[in-house]
Design a protein around this ligand. Structure first.
Ligand code: SRM
Ligand code: SF4
Length: 571
């Protein structure tokens, strides 16, 4: 009988609990790469092999190997780091990576450009900062995000605690991570998985595909709850979390031209008490482990399991394993997905400063030495830094007397406390070129310029300070969650994008394809009349995404909660 399983299933099966030949590969000085199967396995350890796509052609001409290096992604549940951890990450970025820190759309750090010979040293330095990268990528539960600032209220603190517990509970148990990266001695033991490697939740084959969990505290939907496999929405009564609405089946990724793949917003499964939350999460995971598609990786996310089996069946199976029924979902309402930029005072009178970080990239450029500013702030700051799912940073728990000092440092380094427009304030892009191997078009390197051009239109329309959510990705995988942006741009090829409109400002409705294969000039030409009309004809408080539907530019996402982004053109 032929084995129909996806190749990755066999790689996992033969990996000796995620060891593969990674260790041997790290020691091979002939190449900057590692073996093909190990390239899949290292993801579970929080790293991807990449190459610098800017120099691919030139190196090929010279018959040189590609310029291989590694991207390393950290696991930071809830995004909270201490000033000393910040300083260590900053040091690591200088010593081993490309001198920048990249904040991701899942509220963690990524390092880019780490060469193979520095990989162990980098992982050890991360470990010395009491941080790790385990399960930041791979077919497991990844970094768990929670409502941006855990210090805003008791409920926010409880959301953060849940994120931390979920992350710990769903971590792989394999000893491979420590062996390979931190304690090189046991790595040559080929006798098979050690006892500690038994994976009570995942089993030998882990999950069929990546798995993402988030926690939100209404009315803020900053973690974009409907974009993820599993979500917990806080139900707060008298300032206390009385339980959580559990969501399942969200996801962004699709492939151009493949109608079997699509973005989908999550469904609400039901209500659980705080005591039931972790067990409910575990069983949502184990049902996906057992029911998820292990033959076609493109159809292996939980969203497709829910589509194929039905929400009712999924709920019934989770309830059977849990031995309890979900409660009826409790009412909740969201009002936004963005971060409130600027100073905010918490309930205990401490101050919190949310800084907009353009596309999450913390770097020094002439006139704007943001990385140095953060280093100086970390040197004097007594609170924390919180990374947000909008690629921003919150400097938390600042005493009133320290505010001016922090502002002074930022000003001295050319870092503004505000943004040039409401559009920029609400914009995100994925990394794309030159490191992402899947990018079809620019994203991080292009979006800021595009926004500058659109700001001219906003000025004409009188919309400069209006909050409009815009997100861009270099391919349809959706890493900046573009299908949940009021203006979404998704890379199709060099300089060409699909333009999506009509998503809800609060992240509850997907957008629709408005125009295909448009370049810079065409994007501006298409957006200009829509923005000008919006400025003139909008109802009181009407959001841009809602207007584009009312005015007939696109139709609202039809009944149900998924669409095929390529065929949904204008309705
Ligand atoms: Fe992503 C793959 C970057 C958030 C959906 N993503 C990738 C890779 C690793 C490319 C690859 O597989 O070779 C990108 C590395 C680029 C680089 O050079 O750094 C990459 N994804 C990112 C980040 C860094 C974007 C950013 O600019 O912040 C985000 C890191 C998150 C983290 O810290 O864990 C990132 N990726 C997302 C999100 C948003 C989210 O999770 O909230 C999504 C959409 C939600 C979802 O999962 O459905 C997302 N990434 C994907 C997919 C499509 C998955 C699918 O179901 O089809 C891929 C491709 C894949 O897995 O095959 C992908
Ligand atoms: Fe790469 Fe595509 Fe993700 Fe952008 S959306 S980082 S291009 S995989």
């Amino acid at each position: 009988m032929t084995d129909k399983r996806a190749k990755n299933e066999i790689i996992k099966e033969n990996s000796r609990a995620l060891r593969g030949t990674i260790s041997a590969g790290l020691g091979d000085v002939i190449t900057g790469a590692i073996a093909e199967d190990d390239q899949q396995l290292v993801k579970f350890h929080g790293t991807y092999m990449q190459d610098d796509r800017d120099v691919r052609g030139e190196r090929a001409k010279k018959k040189l190997e590609k310029a291989f290096s590694f991207m390393i992604r950290l696991r930071i549940p809830g995004g909270v780091v201490t000033p000393s951890q910040w300083l260590l990450m900053d040091k690591i970025a200088t010593e081993y990576a490309n001198g920048t820190l990249r904040l991701t759309t899942r509220a963690t750090f990524q390092l880019h450009g780490v060469i193979k010979s520095n990989m162990r040293r980098t992982m050890q330095a991360i470990n010395a900062a009491c941080l790790d990268t385990l399960a930041a990528c791979g077919d497991v539960n990844r970094n768990v995000m929670s409502a941006a600032n855990p210090f805003l209220s008791k409920a926010h603190g409880e959301a953060y605690e849940l994120a931390r517990k979920l992350s710990e509970h769903l971590l792989p148990r394999t000893g491979a991570y420590h062996e390979i990266w931190l304690d090189g001695e046991k790595v040559e033991d080929k006798s098979g998985p050690a006892r500690a490697d038994v994976e009570p939740i995942y089993g030998t084959h882990y999950l069929p595909r990546k798995f993402k969990a988030v926690v939100a505290v209404p009315p803020a939907n900053d973690t974009d709850i409907f974009a993820h496999d599993l979500g917990f929405i806080a139900i707060v009564e008298k300032g206390k979390v009385v339980g959580w609405n559990v969501t399942v089946g969200g996801g962004m990724g699709m492939t151009h031209g493949d109608t079997e793949t699509f973005p989908r917003t999550a469904d609400v499964l039901g209500f659980v008490t705080p005591e039931q939350a972790i067990a409910a999460a575990e069983h949502v995971v184990t049902v996906q482990r057992d029911w998820g598609n292990r033959e076609v990786r493109k159809r292996a996310r939980l969203k497709y399991t829910v589509e194929d089996r039905g929400l009712e069946a999924y709920r019934a199976e989770v309830e059977r394993r849990l031995g309890q029924k979900f409660g009826a979902p409790r009412p909740f309402a969201f009002d936004s997905t963005g971060d409130p930029i600027g100073w905010l005072q918490g309930p205990d009178k401490k101050w919190h400063l949310t800084l907009y970080i353009e596309n999450g990239r913390i770097k020094d450029v002439p006139g704007r030495t943001m990385r140095t500013a953060f280093r100086e702030i970390a040197g004097i700051h007594a609170g924390e830094f919180v990374l947000t799912s909008n690629q921003n940073v919150i400097i938390t728990n600042v005493a009133a007397k320290a505010k001016a000092k922090i502002e002074g440092i930022l000003a001295a380094h050319g870092v503004s406390l505000t943004t040039s427009s409401g559009l920029r304030r609400n914009a995100m892009s994925c990394v794309a070129l030159p490191t992402c191997g899947l990018a079809l078009a620019e994203s991080e390197r292009y979006l800021p310029d595009l926004i500058t051009s659109i700001e001219d239109i906003l000025d004409t329309a009188g919309l400069r300070d209006d909050d409009i959510v815009m997100r861009m990705t270099g391919c349809p995988n959706g890493c900046a969650r573009p299908y949940l942006a009021e203006i979404g741009l998704v890379g199709r090829g060099p300089g060409l994008y699909n333009l999506y409109l009509g998503a809800a400002f609060d992240g509850t409705r997907l957008s629709k394809l408005y125009a295909q294969d448009v370049d810079h000039a065409k994007i501006l030409a298409l957006l200009r009349p829509v923005l000008l009309r919006y400025a003139k004809e909008r109802h009181d408080g009407e959001r841009f995404g809602d207007f584009t539907i009312r005015a007939g530019y696109v139709k609202a996402t039809a009944a149900g909660n998924q669409f095929h982004a390529d065929v949904a053109l204008a309705g």
